[in-house]
Design a protein. Structure first.
Length: 296
């Protein structure tokens, strides 16, 4: 069965711009500025209106599902009736030829095409397509070289006894570059999370409380449930605290009577929780949805 061709009436003088960076924050700011300037210069020369600009901080080799702003840029082609998705260079679009091909398929569905501000591979002739393939292959090679250089640099630091990798939350690399030192602000957040866990709070409620108190990750985003678990799993919580936490929840929730359940008999902790809430009544489905938060 043949794929349907797009009948979208796209305007060849309208474009959506996509900017991508994946290095340190200072270089990101410079990189974004350089990309924006190059695209604005290209638009002025070609007489093209840039309808929307999308910026993303992600590796060029990441799969499409992990590049939400690229997907938004592609969707914006239809919203603005634009026939062009413009990037500064092809390596800003993708460093993976397969990923680039998949993204281009989505672009073509809107009757649009990918163009570069530096002009490489912008035509439809065989020569332009060859130049585009060569540029994507070069981008993939550069990505491999970056990975090799990074691996080599980390090996040298490790041989010197210097710290490598990202320090765990609550810590930072000391001035000597070898040891870890406490980060006062992050340590305060850690103590707050662990205190809530010691009281028997479930992980989901701890996460909600942390968001309310503006306790954020280093990326200034709310903590995930997995992060909360990792940062508080060493905290000892006795069965009484867990049972009391569920009993309080049961009094608020109300609900149906509990039935005998094989899953519940697998854990002594969960059995103690059932015993505590049986007198008050609780929602059995809700109990199971949260029971994993109380297992040691």
């Amino acid at each position: 069965m043949k794929a349907k061709r797009s009948t979208w009436a796209a305007n060849p003088k309208r474009a959506v711009a996509y900017l991508r960076v994946s290095t340190t924050r200072e270089q990101q700011e410079l990189g974004i500025s350089a990309q924006r300037a190059a695209i604005e210069s290209w638009a002025g020369r070609e007489g093209v209106e840039v309808c929307a600009i999308f910026e993303e901080e992600v590796s060029g080799g990441a799969p499409l599902e992990k590049r939400p702003f690229l997907l938004q840029a592609i969707a914006a082609l239809g919203e603005h009736g634009a026939a062009l998705l413009v990037v500064q260079r092809l390596d800003r679009f993708s460093r993976d030829p397969l990923g680039a091909a998949m993204a281009e398929i989505q672009v073509h569905r809107f009757g649009a095409r990918v163009v570069t501000a530096d002009g490489v591979g912008n035509g439809d002739d065989p020569g332009s397509r060859l130049m585009k393939d060569v540029a994507l292959a070069a981008a993939r090679f550069e990505r491999s070289m970056i990975a090799a250089r990074t691996k080599g640099a980390l090996a040298v630091k490790k041989s010197r006894g210097e710290s490598t990798g990202t320090p765990p939350y609550g810590w930072r690399v000391a001035e000597d570059g070898k040891k870890l030192a406490e980060d006062p602000r992050e340590q305060e957040v850690l103590r707050g999370l662990q205190e809530l866990r010691a009281r028997g709070w479930p992980y989901r409620q701890i996460r909600e409380k942390a968001t309310q108190r503006n306790w954020m990750s280093r990326a200034r985003k709310p903590f995930t449930l997995q992060a909360v678990f990792q940062m508080t799993r060493a905290v000892a919580v006795n069965d009484a605290s867990k049972a009391n936490a569920y009993a309080g929840r049961a009094r608020l929730d109300g609900g149906r009577s509990l039935h005998d359940c094989r899953r519940c008999r697998r854990s002594v902790i969960v059995r103690s929780i059932h015993a505590a809430v049986r007198a008050n009544g609780s929602d059995h489905k809700d109990l199971h949805a949260n029971a994993g938060s109380y297992r040691s």
